[in-house]
Design a protein around this ligand. Structure first.
Ligand SMILES: Cc1ncc(COP(=O)(O)O)c(C=O)c1O
Length: 450
């Protein structure tokens, strides 16, 4: 193992990081995280902080769950890998499929297809949507609708339905036939509508309008996050998801709930769909499914979709889609252990309680700091702080100031994430009340540094 000085010298010299400028990162090297314990991470210089990012909205169980670690280690020694392509399976995958389907049964899910992460899962859902319509004699249903500000990963399908141009422009042209509706972002929107319920109505009208314009018979599916995460923790009005679900049902458009962040308790319920009382046709999951101890994702399907595939006698119903690591035995062992640990710890209840504490604490900081333009959250452990130069004009705070706040918050004891002009928080769902106090105290110090 190289020593600390060597590691620092080589930091970002050979490694291109996701979501960063390679040249810039060579000049301003990233923090090297060395160890983690509970809800804290420690960098290579020995500085320990509360991880209010939860890895990347994913370390739901925190970093010290020995049951999950042991299950992974045991499986590595028993069967480190075998393919799940047609012809072979493995015991942990059979068990994981039953566990996952049962977990999401209240959401109307009946079958699961495993992947290696969220982007894989979104592309799986998009491909399966097209195949589903083809099997039902509607091959012209190929288009997709989604929401601006949504994040659905970076594969070509997911990037095409993504609602933030940062992930799109450099990679265009993307998939043709993808159309975007306004985000339920009450703080800024083209309607200038600050009432979330009225905004939900306007978005529903925009969807109806777009469906008429495209012709419903050409649209395969609509995808949305129950709460938009990476876009800035944008919490819709409770009416939005049911309204859009209803429109999709009326027009024969499949409804995909992207639960990659929201699933497994983050919203205060076991799924974001359940949080808003909606049953989708498909769900995409990742992150919390293994609490990031192993890269796993999945796409889930309703009984209605399962029936169409399973009862079709033609070769057209074969799934010519999959990944080398679909149903990877070690990943599946992680899923099984993680799921039972997640339920045992009742993470959703803690997410709800600590989420409220964090949200209310950050709202109070608004009284102290004019640079806080908008605070979003209050539904589980997802909180966003939008930073502005000027509250009246909502001018985004300069990036140099945001970076200074970020660093000062880190130095004061908490890792938060920068997303545009937002500070985003999605800590492990095992967080304690004292950890929330630490986060709030660090933020106060950080915000004072602007
Ligand atoms: C809602 C949502 N969908 C999809 C993805 C993509 O997942 P991955 O980064 O595992 O490919 C993410 C990642 O953050 C996400 O937040």
């Amino acid at each position: 193992m190289k020593d600390i000085d060597d590691l620092k010298a080589m930091n970002a010299q050979n490694l291109w990081h996701p979501m960063g400028h390679p040249g810039e990162m060579q000049k301003n090297a990233p923090t090297i995280i060395d160890t983690a314990e509970g809800v804290t991470i420690t960098d290579i210089d020995g500085h320990t902080v509360v991880d209010a990012v939860g890895g990347l909205w994913c370390a739901n169980l925190g970093y010290s769950n020995d049951v999950v670690k042991q299950a992974i280690a045991d499986q590595l020694f028993k069967l480190p890998y075998y393919s799940a392509f047609a012809g072979t399976s493995n015991a942990p995958a059979i068990e994981a499929s039953e566990n996952i389907v049962n977990f999401f049964k209240p959401d109307g899910m009946a079958r699961v297809f495993f992947t290696s992460g969220g982007s894989d899962s979104v592309d799986t859902a998009m491909r399966m949507a097209r195949q589903y319509h083809r099997l039902r004699g509607q091959p012209q249903r190929t288009k997709f609708l989604s929401l601006k500000k949504g994040y659905h990963g970076t594969h070509f399908g997911g990037a095409s339905v993504n609602g933030n141009n940062r992930f799109r422009i450099g990679y265009e042209p993307l998939l043709p036939g993808c159309f975007h509706l306004p985000s339920p972002y009450a703080y800024r929107n083209p309607f200038n509508e600050t009432d979330p319920a009225k905004l939900a109505q306007l978005i529903a009208q925009a969807m109806e309008d777009e469906i008429i314009f495209q012709d419903a018979s050409t649209i395969a599916a609509f995808i949305m996050e129950p709460i938009q995460g990476a876009g800035g923790v944008i919490v819709p009005d409770a009416t939005l998801m049911p309204l859009l679900r209803d429109i999709c049902t009326r027009h024969g458009i499949l409804f995909i709930a992207d639960e990659v962040i929201c699933g497994f308790g983050r919203t205060g319920d076991w799924s974001g769909s359940r949080h808003w009382g909606v049953q989708p046709d498909m769900m995409t999951i990742a992150k919390g499914v293994t609490s990031a101890y192993f890269p796993v994702g999945a796409c889930l399907f309703s009984e209605k979709m399962a029936e169409v595939f399973e009862t079709n006698q033609s070769g057209e119903a074969s799934i010519w889609h999959g990944y080398t690591y679909s149903a990877h035995p070690v990943g599946m062992a992680a899923v099984n252990a993680c799921l039972s640990e997640t339920v045992k710890a009742d993470l959703k209840t803690n997410a709800s309680e600590r989420g409220t504490q964090l949200f209310e604490g950050v709202q109070k900081l608004m009284d102290e700091f004019d640079i806080i333009g908008n605070v979003r959250g209050g539904h589980g452990l997802m909180t966003g702080i939008e930073l502005v130069n000027d509250r009246a004009n909502k001018t985004p705070l300069d990036m140099a100031d945001i970076k200074r706040i970020h660093k000062a918050t880190y130095d004061a004891g908490t890792m938060v994430r920068i997303g545009g002009n937002n500070l985003l928080m999605s800590p492990p769902l095992t967080l304690t009340a004292a950890d929330v106090d630490t986060i709030l105290a660090s933020l106060r110090t950080g915000l004072s540094a602007a």
